[in-house]
Design a binder for this molecule. Structure first.
Ligand code: ATP
Ligand code: LTN
Length: 334
């Protein structure tokens, strides 16, 4: 069933509303990868439960994220797009791998420390073992490559350590995954504080452009973006706000930074910001239209979910059976 393409695995948590950063830095760049790789993209809904969710909203958000993957151009016939929680092998392997993961290793995870500080009232064990579930996600599919942002590098390293530890005891069970740094996607910074990345969990909604923002909101947020007291549209380390807007413009139009600078030479910040807003709208409007159209195609989406859940389960369970056998768990009589 599987061809000889290398396997690529990634996904996003169904937490918060996706930003332009998530799109330009990740989603947009995922679209063409299926030409070269066999791709699996999970909606990481089990990971989302490490912070409290309101059930009705969460259900909707998770489904909307899956629809958004498709609206962004991931072809669901060529990419396996599925919900993590629909493939029970993730939770099962996560338990098994947790018995091969040390407390000391998990204690070193910076994301745990950050999130524990942010959610001091709910430092649950799931937050602590988050990287083990992530290791299970990746290892179940024998992934060769994992496209991730810098913040997830430590989680991929622990995944490799767990896999190597397991393999050294039980033989070659898991493929050791590598991070995937393809054509590097743009790193988009907050419009309000260009020293911080644009992030869906940012409390200041003016810092982020959300994928579902309407044109007026996009114009307003761009106009309010922090720049500097100078008036020159130039890419430079000492002009982080302007540089970020140029980065956004360049990623949305496909023009280089140099070309973009030239285009705005001698133009005031007001018109420059308007130009950036228009470029963002021209990218987001078609995405939003396609998303709205797909949301109405309930049966079509349901059938895709079913098909892709089955495909994901097939591959995941193949690995899980092997792991259980290696561990000496008894088999269910047929
Ligand atoms: P959170 O605020 O919940 O931590 P986030 O917005 O930082 O979320 P993630 O869920 O951590 O996003 O990341 C999803 C994907 O989007 C990752 O591949 C990550 O590298 C990418 N990404 C997130 N923010 C940006 C950004 N500002 N610029 C470029 N890529 C980004
Ligand atoms: N932790 C990742 C989301 C994630 C993931 C994965 C990414 C969960 N499981 C497996 C790649 C592979 C995040 O927060 N961006």
């Amino acid at each position: 069933m599987m061809n000889d393409k290398k396997i690529l695995y990634s996904g996003m948590q169904a937490t918060g509303n996706l930003t332009l950063g998530n799109y330009l830095g990740a989603l947009k760049n995922w679209v063409s990868l299926n030409e070269e790789y066999e791709c699996f993209w999970g909606v990481m809904d089990l990971h989302s439960l490490t912070v409290r969710q309101v059930p009705a909203e969460f259900r909707k958000r998770a489904r909307n994220l899956l629809v958004l993957y498709i609206a962004a151009g991931l072809d669901p016939k060529k990419n396996c797009i599925y919900f993590q929680s629909h493939v029970s092998a993730h939770a099962e392997l996560s338990w098994l791998l947790s018995c091969f993961t040390y407390m000391g290793e998990l204690n070193r995870m910076t994301q745990f420390k950050d999130k524990a500080a942010k959610h001091a009232d709910n430092i649950n064990a799931g937050l602590f073992t988050y990287p083990v579930l992530m290791a299970a996600d990746i290892l179940l599919y024998q992934a060769d490559y994992v496209p991730i942002g810098k913040d997830q590098k430590q989680h991929l390293e622990i995944t490799r350590d767990i896999a190597e530890r397991f393999n050294s005891i039980y033989g070659d069970v898991f493929k050791i995954p590598e991070p995937y740094f393809g054509k590097s996607g743009a790193k988009i910074m907050s419009l309000q504080d260009p020293s911080k990345k644009m992030s869906k969990s940012d409390e200041n909604v003016n810092g982020s452009i959300y994928l579902m923002d309407d044109p007026d909101t996009i114009v307003r947020k761009c106009k309010r973006a922090v720049t500097d007291s100078d008036s020159e549209v130039r890419y430079s380390e000492d002009k982080p706000g302007v540089s970020n807007l140029l980065e956004i413009y360049s990623a949305c139009t496909g023009k280089s930074i140099a070309e973009s600078e030239k285009e705005f030479a001698g133009v005031g910040y007001g018109d420059f910001k308007m130009g950036v807003a228009e470029a963002v709208i021209s990218v987001l409007k078609p995405l939003q239209d396609e998303y709205e159209r797909l949301l109405k195609e309930k049966e079509y989406i349901d059938s895709l979910i079913k098909e892709n859940d089955e495909k994901a389960s097939y591959f995941a369970n193949k690995t899980l059976r092997k792991v259980k056998k290696k561990l000496g768990l008894t088999e269910m009589p047929r």
